[in-house]
Ligand binder design. Structure first.
Ligand code: UDP
Length: 596
């Protein structure tokens, strides 16, 4: 393949690097199959790799290739593991390290973490990998007194960079390490141990970064290329000639006349089966060959990833439940999925399916719900339940227990859902289907908070004693009338409250407050028998709390009552309110209605 690898184990590689440090330095490359394959189309790359002091096989593809070619390498030596081994030795021997590469700030962060991980490790400088001029960077490295430089500019840029500057950086050991600084800085996760052991690190990366799919297609191409070379008898991937060569006996045994073809046939057949299965899986992961269909999928709050995957399979959005679960566990998908209803389709790949079920997803289904003025909390929650926004019990529980941070709620104790009565501002809202109770309620409270301004709140304290009292008064006005006489009704309420020595003796005598607790038509008998703090015939002053959620007109009337001497009102047959100063006037009017 034009690239000669050093056939070393990880500890041997670290030993060699330490020896090079004592000697003349040089640079270390860690090509994977993608880079080896890239040598075919990238001028000068093979020469640059060939001039390295140490060439480590960083990829399972390279190791397979060496086996196919009958010159098996001892195994994979991942660049990042090599770097770890080297840093351990450097920490012991006091050698200095310079970190070069990655986005601004990453190398510093990596340095911080590495100092913690390898106590005694001296990191003498850092520089990001996005510089225009090489010379100042080379100068900075030389000035830092570094013994080792981790060059993390991505392949093959870093290989060309090291080859170009090895003379100016003579005596130092340069190590090309791709995206390792991102890993050291904790910005990118390495594949879990199991994936590494199975040689599936590349698959893990693919799952995390599906955009690498194009690059990874080169892995099977590489293997095919190697097999072709083997069949043609181009045994081109030997280890570099070293002084301490391996006993010939062992090598002959491995590349026996029968063994190699059998091995190739075996690898080919397994590859074909795997390729077929992988292709089916890849088609599912990347939504390549599915017939178009859409489905609305509803995710509940505590649903497990297994349940979500089953639902997606049942709806025909995915084919392989297990594969989706694997993808989900690797990509941490469950945390990205929010309860709700979403419209999904088979054009979506796994990544898109997960992001489409996120909180801000545009495929999340919404519904417009109008909450009429004067609805009670009970009515509002039943309405939201019937529209599929939230479950009634969840809403009740959240209303009772969640400590919303609004000043108007701070004196209302938790434990009873009615604490929110009066503050669920009636309006038209666009809710998500399957929205969390917490957010749905919050929307109405935020609206109240925005609509009832600071000036209004100050005035409420002046006129009613507190915002809560004002909301109670507004909630009664809301229930008593929807006409233009709200300010007159307000004046009756205030006149009765503020003049307890008058004829009405401080009783509000409003039927709607009784209806709030009985939920049925109020009778004369109820006035005396219903023992409730909402019975304004039995108890003086305001009822225990708001009896509905008032709209802005009622709140306005409660803030701006008409200036009257009225203490009574009654409806005529046309549904118009008439107002009176005395009980006698009121009675006469009611009697006249009866006669008429
Ligand atoms: N990078 C850089 N300078 C560049 C281009 C890339 O420092 O001009 C960094 C990039 O920020 C990332 C690393 O090089 O940290 C490349 O990571 P990737 O995983 O793509 O490299 P690979 O290991 O696949 O070569």
């Amino acid at each position: 393949m034009g690239v000669r690898f050093d056939d070393v184990t990880l500890p041997e590689a670290v030993e060699r690097a330490m020896a090079l440090l004592e000697d003349y330095g040089g640079y270390v490359v860690t090509p994977n199959s993608e880079i080896v394959y890239a040598c075919r189309g990238t001028e000068g790359l093979a020469d640059v790799l060939g001039a390295a002091a140490l060439t480590l096989p960083d990829g399972i593809g390279v190791v397979y290739a060496s086996k196919i070619l009958g010159r098996p390498l001892k195994g994979k030596v991942a660049g990042i593991d090599f770097a770890a081994g080297l840093m351990e030795r450097m920490a012991e021997s006091g050698k200095k390290l310079f970190l070069l590469g990655a986005k601004p700030g990453v190398a510093e962060k990596a340095a911080e973490k590495l100092r913690e991980k390898y106590p005694g490790l001296c990191i003498c400088g850092t520089h990001d990998g996005y510089f225009k001029e090489d010379a100042p960077v080379v100068e900075e490295i030389n000035a830092s007194g570094a013994d080792v430089v981790f060059v993390c500019l991505g392949a093959p840029k870093q290989e060309f960079w090291m080859a170009a500057h090895r003379e100016e950086l003579r005596g130092k050991l340069l190590v090309g390490l791709g995206g390792s600084l991102d890993v050291f800085a904790g910005l990118v996760q390495r594949a879990p141990e199991t994936f590494r052991k199975l040689g599936l690190e590349w698959f893990y990366r693919l799952l995390r970064e599906p955009s690498r799919f194009g690059r990874m297609l080169r892995l099977p191409l590489f293997l095919l290329w190697v097999i072709a070379a083997r069949i043609k008898g181009e045994d081109q991937m030997p280890e570099k000639p070293r002084k301490e060569t391996r006993p010939k006996k062992r090598r002959r045994r491995r590349s026996g006349a029968l063994g190699a073809p059998l091995y190739v046939i075996f690898v080919l057949s397994v590859s074909l089966v795997l390729a077929f299965l992988s292709w089916r899986g890849i088609c599912d992961v990347f939504a390549l060959d599915k017939e178009y269909t859409t489905a609305v999928v509803t995710v509940e709050k505590d649903e497990s990833m297994g349940e979500i995957a089953s639902m997606l399979k049942d709806e025909g959005i995915i084919r392989h439940r297990w594969l989706f679960r694997l993808y989900a566990s690797v990509s941490g998908a469950r945390d990205k999925i929010t309860a709700g209803a979403y419209e999904l389709n088979t054009d979506m790949d796994y990544h898109a399916i997960v992001t489409s079920m996120g909180e801000k997803s545009s495929t999340r289904q919404t519904i417009m719900v109008t909450i009429p003025e004067g609805y009670t909390m009970e009515q509002i929650f039943r309405l939201l339940d019937s529209k599929g926004v939230c479950d009634y019990d969840n809403l009740m529980e959240t209303a009772a227990e969640h400590d919303y941070n609004f000043s108007f709620l701070k004196d209302l104790p938790l434990g009873d859902a009615t604490r929110l009565e009066g503050y669920l501002f009636p309006d038209t809202y666009e809710f998500y289907l399957g929205e969390q109770a917490l957010y749905a309620i919050n929307r109405m409270l935020v609206n109240f908070d925005a609509k009832v301004t600071d000036d209004m709140r100050e005035k409420a304290v002046d006129i009613a004693g507190s915002v809560h009292n004002l909301v109670i008064i507004a909630s009664m006005i809301e229930k008593e009338t929807d006409g233009e006489d709200q300010q007159n009704i307000a004046s009756v309420i205030y006149n009765r409250l503020n003049n307890p020595t008058s004829e009405t003796a401080g009783f509000l005598q409003i039927d709607a407050t009784l209806y709030y607790v009985t939920g049925r038509l109020v009778t004369q008998e109820d006035y005396e028998t219903v023992d409730s703090p909402y019975n304004t015939y039995l108890y003086k002053g305001l009822p225990a709390g708001p009896i509905s959620n008032p709209g802005m007109a009622s709140i306005y009337a409660a803030l701006n009552p008409a200036s009257t001497k009225y203490y009574y009102y009654a409806l005529d047959k046309e549904g118009t309110h008439h107002f009176f100063k005395t009980y006698a006037e009121h009675s006469a009017f009611v009697a006249s209605l009866g006669n008429g």
